[in-house]
Design a binder for this molecule. Structure first.
Ligand code: ARG
Length: 612
């Protein structure tokens, strides 16, 4: 039988994208074939410590213990029953008391890298996970007529990354900006507007002007005053649909949204819908009715509320009973009412399989009560229950540990924050530029464009790279550093690989000339080639981890480590060598590093650069 040429593995067989899932499935069939109680066995395959291999199956141990079997013997039986194709791909070993380690063989590494040669191949590989599912992501969601604050920036940045991760993994994603555009404050705002509006200011700085008018309106209508009665009449007029009031309110929403969009544009965000709280005005009656008729809600002091007796904090006789307020005592709807209607709308109208809502941790109680209520309500009515996720994040603090504020204690305007990011990045970029040989320097305009990507990217990445559950210390110096797990470091790594292709005249990454060259590649050989190749294959694990946990920092950490592996490889090996096969496999590694870094950073919402 003729020996197979190395490196042609992918042409012979389908190369699975997610190898952990592939091993998992193979172990499950092997278990069935060897008489395991398949229902009781979960292989529990995960990425391994690289010293032991690429993947480790941990599940044999627990299974054998339960079944009173010898774990190593059970592992051996499983290994013997694995299909040849898997053995061709992996070296296997039983370690410790019964773990199974899988190490990709060099030819299998090459096959994977050749198969996943561009972003669409990667996405096609990943897309099986959420295929056919619709996910609604509710993020940013600021209140109209008010400045967006730093919390809304976090929500926007984290939410957008989650949207991209889900979409890349096959979901149909609906980006929904759940604006806070309804409530009693509009009575006072209209009162202020009618008396003191400055039309010029409203054009120039709409949100600032609306905030000023609200403040004037609020100050002029103290408790018990006839002015307050007037403001209340304005509110009633608005609520009863008076055309003039509704037109004013609409104007407030429109100018607010236009101002928000300027921030979203800089962050690469486009919402599919801006269905704010007001959209659900006519949908709350059904909520009241259904929650009452199913006995889930009850009347308490004239309000309609839901207790959750199984929950220590939300039960009737809790120390400080804090029921979920479905309808207020005065008959008005509130945050809970509209959020209940929103959940139903997302399932009935968008057919959502998953709903993700991104806000800071202080809203945890609200969403816990919301989800408990939705589960009971949907079960009683027979509505399909989607996956419900409240994605929380910690507070943003300055380096002193206190809430981030301007020097005089005011709230930070997001526009000013993003401007400052670009200005500071420009200083970094200009300094770097001065170190370049005269002939290769960027023009001032080019520097500005680079600074835009680096500055905004730094703000996004600093937020995303930390576990979102912790508080986040905002530090310009850290986020703009050229070393460490930062946007400038990773963007610079991307530009550096691009320059390898330019200087070596290797063709454009992803092009057909390069594809021809890559076909000559032999499997990775040297230690740094091997560890870079292995790291590249593990993109699928980082992606799965970040997506299924809705935690982008897993992807950030992976990209940072990948950039480190690449540096080690590039320091150890020459890429442009005469030997065709060696050169081809090293160019392949450069091309896939570039692809993975760019794909990963784009998934996080960053714009990458070819030169910087
Ligand atoms: N408007 C709220 C705020 O500014 C956030 C809304 C989040 N989404 C929701 N469905 N409640 O805090």
């Amino acid at each position: 039988m003729p020996r197979r040429a190395p490196g042609r593995l992918c042409e012979r067989m389908h190369v699975p994208f997610n190898l952990a899932a592939h091993i998992d499935a193979a172990l499950k069939s092997a278990a069935t074939a060897t008489g395991f109680d398949a229902a009781a066995f979960s292989p529990d395959v995960r990425a391994a410590d690289p010293r032991h291999g690429d993947y480790q199956a941990n599940g044999v141990l627990a299974y054998a213990k339960r079944e009173k079997q010898n774990p190593r013997a059970a592992a051996e039986k499983l290994l013997a029953a694995l299909p040849d194709s898997l053995r061709e791909q992996f070296d296997t070993a039983i370690a410790g008391p019964g773990f199974i380690n899988f190490t990709l063989k060099p030819a299998a590494l090459l096959a994977w890298l050749q198969a996943y040669r561009d972003a669409s191949a990667l996405s096609a590989g990943a897309a099986t996970t959420y295929a056919g599912q619709t996910w609604v992501v509710d993020y940013s969601s600021p209140n109209t007529a008010k400045q967006m604050h730093v919390g809304h920036l976090r929500s926007a940045v984290i939410g957008e990354a989650i949207c991209r991760l889900l979409a890349f993994s096959g979901a149909k994603v609906i980006r929904d900006n759940h604006l806070g555009d309804w409530g009693t404050q509009f009575g006072k705002l209209i009162y202020g507007y009618k008396r003191w509006v400055d039309h010029e200011a409203l054009k120039r700085e709409p949100i600032e002007e609306l905030e000023r008018l609200y403040k004037l309106g609020n100050d002029a209508t103290p408790e018990g005053s006839p002015e307050l009665d007037e403001a209340r009449r304005e509110l009633v007029k608005l609520q009863s649909g008076d055309p003039e009031s509704v037109a004013l309110w609409q104007k407030f929403s429109d100018v607010s949204l236009a101002a928000f969009q300027q921030i979203y544009d800089r962050l690469g965000i486009r919402f599919d819908y801006n269905l704010g709280e007001s959209f659900y005005n006519d949908k709350v009656e059904r909520v009241y009715r259904e929650l009452t008729e199913t006995g889930i809600a009850e009347t308490s002091n004239d309000a309609l509320v839901v207790f959750h007796d199984e929950h220590p904090r939300f039960k009737r006789d809790a120390e400080r009973p804090n029921p979920f307020m479905v309808r207020k005592a005065d008959g008005a709807s509130g945050y809970a009412s509209t959020d209940l209607a929103t959940a139903l709308y997302r399932v009935e109208h968008f057919n959502a399989h998953g709903i993700v809502i991104v806000t800071d941790f202080r809203q945890s109680d609200h969403f816990e009560q919301l989800f408990l209520t939705v589960k009971k309500w949907f079960a009683k009515k027979g509505y399909r229950l989607p996956e419900l996720h409240h994605v929380t994040f910690g507070a943003v603090t300055g380096e002193d540990g206190k809430a981030l504020k301007t020097r005089d204690g005011g709230t930070i305007k997001l526009k000013a924050l993003l401007d400052e990011a670009e200005e500071r990045a420009l200083a970094v970029v200009t300094a770097k530029n001065a170190e370049r040989p005269e002939a290769e320097r960027f023009s001032e305009n080019e520097c500005r464009d680079i600074a835009r990507a680096v500055g905004i990217g730094a703000v996004q990445y600093a937020d995303l790279s930390q576990n979102r559950s912790s508080n986040y210390v905002f530090s310009w110096d850290k986020m703009l550093a050229l070393e460490g797990n930062t946007a400038p470091y990773l963007l610079y790594a991307v530009a550096r690989v691009h320059s390898i292709f330019r200087r070596g005249q290797l063709g454009i990454p992803g092009s057909d000339t390069l594809a021809d060259l890559e076909k000559n590649a032999t499997p990775p050989e040297t230690p740094t080639e091997l560890s870079l190749a292995r790291k590249l294959v593990h993109f699928s694990d980082a992606l799965a981890l970040a997506t299924s946990n809705l935690r982008p920092h897993f992807l950030c950490l992976y990209l940072y480590e990948l950039a480190g592996e690449f540096s080690a490889f590039y320091a150890a090996e020459k890429v442009i060598v005469d030997d065709v096969a060696t050169r081809a496999r090293r160019v392949l590694l450069c091309a896939r590093t570039l692809l993975t870094l760019e794909t990963g950073l784009n998934l996080l919402g960053l714009r990458t650069l070819q030169r910087m």
